[in-house]
Design a protein around this ligand. Structure first.
Ligand SMILES: [Zn+2]
Length: 346
């Protein structure tokens, strides 16, 4: 047996000061003490006394005692092993309301005193932990909710104008049977060139042969402007925005929400942020088509004798002209190139 652990005099009696259910502050205090000392049994509120047989217990939270991996047990437990190491991980902050005390005990120790009480307390603890983590999620996201809504509001006109540009460009390309997306799916423009090369035939004579090979002409930014699956970002942002606006009230009174409602809000907020990040990143990809030299590069490619597509494209201020058999003028809305606001960091 390892050395006997001496318990401070102060902890050897019931410290009956916890008349109310311990809240976040006590949990933090215990966890902080255990982190700092690795000695839960010295916490000022810990009663190192054996619980009565009929005791009713509430598990407030769990804690791990810091120790090397090779050390299996660290802390003594007032339920069963008062002076020798009994547990390390998943120790319980156990509140005994009938005695108004808190005992820091081993993960399953109380089960040997009152198995039914332990089981019920575990089920209740899982619910508490779920609720606590949901409240933390809501608080984290809720703090930035107004900023997120403002960012979406600012992005909607940009999305409207980029969507319109994309739609008109696709319409013009369709009329000219120019399948841009097939050609530059990867953002790379290729040309097909022929070259004559000499080959030696079986009889030893040399002959000339034509070879075809594809080579990279250039790459462009913002090629996703041609990706039809990206269309309609404004149509995604508007419902996202109204959904978030509905959540504002629920976020402010999150701690009064019932189990099911809180769960919904805690799921909806991160999901909405992820959707916004997705849509915004799609917007800025496509915007690069208008803010980089993509149109100039496309113009060179469309005129290259070995380009798979023949067309002319040019831009004058807020108009792009695409010419195949006939010219199509595509208007660039004023907001299409406005700076896309950042999504607030959490
Ligand atoms: Zn124990």
């Amino acid at each position: 047996m390892p050395d006997r652990i001496e318990i401070l005099e102060a902890n050897l009696r019931n410290i009956a000061i916890f008349h109310e259910e311990p809240g976040e502050q006590i949990i933090e205090e215990v966890k902080g003490h255990v982190r700092a000392t690795a000695m839960p049994w010295t916490w000022r509120g810990h009663s190192h006394t054996r619980p009565p047989d009929e005791a009713f217990v509430v598990y407030i939270e769990e804690f791990d005692v810091p120790a090397k991996d090779t050390v299996p047990r660290v802390a003594p437990c007032p339920c069963c092993t008062p002076h020798h190491p009994k547990y390390k991980n998943k120790g319980k902050i156990a509140w005994f309301p009938n005695e108004s005390v808190i005992r820091l005990i081993g993960p399953k120790c109380f089960a040997s005193i009152n198995a039914g009480g332990h089981e019920a307390a575990i089920i209740d603890l899982r619910k508490r932990q779920k609720r606590r983590s949901e409240l933390a999620t809501v608080a984290l996201h809720g703090a930035k909710l107004e900023e997120l809504v403002a960012a979406i509001d600012a992005a909607i006109p940009i999305a409207d104008h980029l969507d319109a540009f994309m739609r008109d460009l696709a319409g013009a390309a369709d009329q000219e049977r120019l399948n841009f997306w097939r050609e530059l799916r990867e953002g790379t423009l290729t040309i097909t060139e022929r070259r004559r090369s000499l080959v030696r035939k079986a009889d030893g004579r040399l002959s000339e042969r034509d070879e075809e090979f594809r080579s990279t002409f250039a790459s462009i930014l913002g090629h996703s402007i041609f990706d039809r699956s990206q269309h309609g970002s404004a149509g995604k942002l508007r419902p996202l925005r109204s959904g978030l606006a509905l959540l504002v009230n629920r976020v402010s009174e999150a701690d009064q929400l019932g189990e099911a409602d809180l769960e919904k809000v805690a799921e909806a907020l991160p999901k909405a942020r992820t959707s916004a990040l997705d849509i915004f990143s799609g917007l800025s990809d496509r915007q690069r088509f208008l803010t980089s030299n993509a149109i100039e590069i496309l113009a060179h490619w469309g005129q290259h004798p070995s380009s798979p597509l023949r067309f002319a494209i040019s831009r004058k201020r807020s108009e792009v002209t695409l010419v195949g058999h006939k010219p199509h003028v595509i208007y660039i809305g004023l907001d299409a190139t406005s700076p896309i606001p950042p999504i607030p960091e959490l």
